[in-house]
Structures are given as C-alpha cells and as structure tokens.
Design a protein around this ligand. Structure first.
Ligand code: ZN
Length: 305
C-alpha cells in the first residue's frame, strides 16, 4: 500500500466519523441540549425559564416563550401584523430569499421575525413585541418593520405602554434599501409613542447588534438587559482592528454596557415580570410597591430609630 492509498483510506475513515455526527435537524428535534456541564434535558431547562441552573446562562428563546414569561402561559393574545410584498428584489445567492423565508417560517411557526402581543402584567395592559433569532438571525426587513410599527400604533390606539424584546444582527440584506428604510420608519414610530406620553421599555436579549441597536432598540425610556447578552453596534473584532487595542473579555456584554451607561439594569429572566410592572407603575404613576414605600416614610423612620 503506497502513501497515497493510505492517505485516501484515512480520509474515508474521517468521513465516516463525521457522518456519525447529528444533523442540525436531529439536534433541534432532540430532547437534549448542552450547556456548561454537558448535556441537559430541554424539559429541565424549560422549567427554569430556559436559564441554566449551574452557570446562569440565559438560553435564547422564541417570541411565544418570551410572552409566556411576561404575561403567563395562555394569558395573552398574538396580534396579526401586516405582511408586505415578499422578496421585492428577487434575491438569489446560494439559495433564493423566497426559500429562506419558507424554511424560517417552517422552523419557527412565525410569518416574520417579529411578533406582537397584548396582555396584562399586574393589571397593567401592555402591548409587547419580540424578535425571534431563529428567523433569519432576527434580521429586520419590510415585514418586521411593519410589525414593529403596528405594535406602536396598537399601543397608541389603546393607550398602553410598549415593551419590546429585541435581538438580531441588523437589517436584512436580502431586502437591501427597503430593510435600511425601516431603521428610519421604526425610529419615527417610536417618536410618535413618545409624543403620546406612553412608556417604551426595551429589554435587550442575546444578541442585539447593528441596525437594531442603531434604530428603535436604543430609544427606550428604560433599558433592561438579560444577563450575559451581547449588545453592540459593530463587532468586537472590527473595533479592535480600528482602534488597534486589545479589548476586555467582557466587552459588549450586558454587564459591561450597564457599567458604561447604555443599559439601566441587568435583569434576570425570573425577575422580568416584577421589574417591568414596578417600572410601569412608576412611569404611569399608578400605585406601586415603590410609591407605597415612599408614603410610609414615617413607618420607615420609626423602624430605623
Ligand atoms: Zn450552564
């Protein structure tokens, strides 16, 4: 056996080993996922709001799972948002954009990356929006822009606060300028919310970057963030190459961004409902825990003395 045959045989062996690895679909349909300590049952993770018990990692979740946590299971209504003309540029690269949309819809059971819902948190009526990272990386195109604006209009029509959970890398390149135009459109929509004196709370989830941070996501009255989530405009490597400096390991994490003033508070998923209801009670000047504490200064003084 000469060296060439040996090399070919060795290559075949490697191929066989690689073939044994599970496909993307198999991983998705499996009951298991992995975290710091190896395999973990998806069911166990779900019971803990998809947060790892050992390391506290907040795993990525879908829009419906997000609303389940905010409003409680089956306690909200998903609003149907307008779907504009699809694939206006007839985009094709390694795959056509139409096929990408079809696959994303099948995978997520959503018509676009953004979902809008209405429900109540502690008696306060809320309009909420969320982005699903599994839908073409949570990118924003015409349909997503329309959905975000629809949510704003619903909040104004019903005089409710707007709570948004952004994620994603930015505008969808398959829609080119149409996607970019939605940065301006969503920004103007948020301004309308403010003209109507309605609170707008943003809760950053992992990862939020690019055109999303450069438009509607950074315009909140209050910014919360999930622990450990990436919040950025340009990526770390691009910045390092530009400023020619080594950046810290926690650069652009929620905790780093909080320290530098772009996020008001890092909030664990289990505290989400409480934090949002307290904040909205203050912003809407409703009776809240905080307000009642303020009213009881005498009691507090007595307790201290
Ligand atoms: Zn973990």
């Amino acid at each position: 056996m000469n060296w060439l045959t040996k090399a070919i045989n060795f290559g075949e062996k490697i191929k066989k080993v690689l073939k044994k690895r599970p496909s993307k679909e198999e991983i998705e349909n499996s009951e298991w996922t992995s975290c710091c300590k190896g395999p973990i049952l998806k069911k166990d993770l779900e019971e803990n709001l998809f947060v790892c018990n050992s390391c506290g990692k907040h795993h990525r979740i879908s829009c419906r799972q997000r609303f389940d946590i905010l409003f409680g299971k089956n306690s909200y209504e998903i609003l149907e948002t307008p779907i504009p003309a699809e694939d206006p540029l007839n985009w094709v690269d390694t795959k056509s954009y139409k096929d990408r949309l079809k696959d994303a819809r099948k995978k997520t059971n959503q018509s676009c990356a953004v979902m809008i819902a209405k429900g109540r948190v502690n008696g306060i009526e809320i309009t909420s929006g969320a982005i699903n990272f599994e839908f073409i990386g949570g990118s924003v195109g015409a349909a997503e822009g329309e959905a975000i604006i629809y949510g704003v209009q619903h909040a104004i029509d019903n005089q409710t606060p707007y709570v948004f959970f952004p994620c994603g890398g930015g505008q969808r390149m398959f829609e080119s300028l149409i996607a970019l135009a939605n940065m301006t459109r969503t920004t103007l929509a948020i301004n309308e919310l403010k003209n109507n004196n309605l609170p707008y709370i943003v809760y950053f989830t992992d990862p939020t970057a690019g055109g999303i941070t450069a438009s509607f996501a950074m315009l909140g009255d209050i910014h919360f963030a999930e622990p450990g989530s990436l919040i950025a405009f340009a990526g770390k490597r691009v910045i390092q190459a530009t400023v020619k400096e080594e950046l810290s390991a926690d650069f652009q994490t929620a905790e780093f961004v909080e320290k530098h003033g772009f996020v008001d508070r890092v909030v664990h998923r289990k505290d989400l409902q409480k934090e949002i209801s307290t904040m909205l009670s203050i912003l809407l000047k409703k009776n809240s825990e905080v307000n009642s504490e303020n009213l009881n200064i005498e009691t507090l003084t007595k307790a201290v003395s």
